[in-house]
Design a binder for this molecule. Structure first.
Ligand SMILES: [Ca+2]
Ligand SMILES: [Ca+2]
Length: 417
């Protein structure tokens, strides 16, 4: 090994996650043994109950790291607590953003995706009435003029009295929750989540076509993505959304296999599986972006989670299409984990501060599909039928043959017919 390769190693470590996770997630540890471990290594910081599985996060800081290689820390924790798994509580992040929109084919007020999916006609059939769609993202500017009438409201919570009236574990959570600052204000500073929310439910913009796909659905703002978001935060957020009535979860965040220095074995992904299975057990649909690296995510080396987790019936992967129906240049693809393609380039939607603007990415295609699912659910279709029919009714396009299960771009009107 020379100096340069050592240095590259260090940079990779800094850029991704450290070899020694600061925090670990234990699955179903023996309570007595956990207490003993807590007395040595510090108290478990979070307890996350997902159906029959109970996860605890525990700090890695007081562990005798010097004695262990990274994977061995997990093995050590698992062994001394008799847990069924111990996984690093890794950082998650938004799917990689797409810097520039094409800027050529579309102009500000056009809202090509609205024409592409013929929203006017859709809304004569369905509006998404009473279906709650959670946006697990950077938060939502829920006071935005075009969004404020489309935000979920927790009817069982009295605002501002400092009491958890509905006893769901969250005080004064009237419009959602901020899992980063741990408070009841999930507003959005960054802008990504507000854009996603608008794609689902914004009022029609003045002087243009753009609008939300499911105008009568309710958006549940969840602030999850910030500078340092951990996997356990995502699990807590998923549980919150499911327990509080969301029927569809829109997820434009991920972990990549190439980020991490651990083996992406099932045990290291246990909490993903448990969280999405928990959603599944309540018939809640988990829509996930495939990411924006132009990669074939069928390949293990390009794997991305949660979208790449196999065998989950309610996990639905979304890639991005252009106005001509072809794959967007940035989109990831791969028909093992990509269910459908949907408009994702040059999408005009809401931005914090009563503004509108363009964004591109599978991040945009994902809430569009989440909103389409809300439309279909509001007509009484079952979750199972919606997901199956979304794939079946897509418009065939040879380019999507091995890219998406659907072999083409969604056709929502056909889905609702
Ligand atoms: Ca509450
Ligand atoms: Ca209250």
């Amino acid at each position: 090994m020379n100096l340069i390769s050592n240095l590259v190693g260090v940079l990779l470590t800094l850029g991704a996650s450290s070899a020694f996770a600061d925090s670990w997630i234990l699955e179903n540890p023996n309570p007595e043994l956990l207490k003993e471990v807590e007395s040595i290594h510090g108290k478990a910081t979070e307890k996350i109950v997902l159906g029959d599985n109970v996860f605890y996060t525990i700090s890695g800081n007081n562990l005798p790291e010097a004695q262990f290689a990274s994977a061995e820390v997990g093995e050590y924790l698992q062994r001394i607590t008799d847990a069924s798994s111990a996984q690093p509580n890794y950082n998650i992040g938004l799917v990689k953003s797409v810097d520039a929109t094409s800027g050529k084919k579309v102009r500000a007020p056009e809202g090509w995706h609205v024409n592409n999916q013929n929203y006017k006609k859709l809304h004569t059939v369905a509006t998404g009435k009473d279906i709650i769609v959670a946006v697990l993202d950077t938060g939502v500017d829920y006071k935005h003029n075009s969004l404020k009438n489309h935000i979920w409201s927790n009817k069982n919570e009295v605002p501002g009295n400092g009491i958890d009236d509905d006893k769901n574990g969250y005080i004064d959570d009237v419009v959602g929750w901020d899992f980063m600052d741990n408070d009841n204000d999930p507003s959005d500073v960054q802008g990504h989540g507000t854009h996603c929310a608008g794609i689902i439910g914004a009022d029609a913009m003045k002087g243009g076509l753009s609008m939300g796909i499911a105008p009568a659905a309710k958006i549940m703002p969840i602030r999850l993505l910030a500078n340092k978001t951990l996997l356990a935060d995502a699990a807590l957020a998923i549980k919150y959304a499911v327990d509080n009535g969301a029927k569809v979860l829109s997820n434009s965040w991920r972990i990549y296999s190439q980020w991490t220095q651990y083996d992406p074995s099932p045990k290291n992904l246990a909490i993903f599986k448990a969280a999405i299975e928990y959603a599944q057990s309540k018939d809640v649909i988990f829509v996930a972006a495939t990411g924006n690296e132009r990669k074939d995510i069928n390949k293990l080396s390009n794997k991305i989670w949660p979208v790449g987790y196999p065998g989950l019936t309610h996990l639905f992967g979304v890639a991005s299409s252009d106005p001509d129906g072809k794959a967007s240049s940035f989109t990831n693809y791969g028909d093992k984990f990509t269910h459908v393609a949907a408009p994702g380039r040059d999408i005009y939607s809401t931005i914090p501060g009563n503004r509108w603007g363009f964004k591109s990415g599978t991040s945009m295609a994902t809430p569009l599909v989440a909103g389409a699912i809300a439309l279909a659910l509001s007509t009484g279709m079952s979750a199972h039928a919606v997901l199956e029919d979304l794939v079946k009714t897509a418009v065939p396009n040879r380019q999507w043959d091995h890219y998406a299960k659907s072999g083409g771009v969604i056709n929502i009107y056909q889905l609702l017919k």
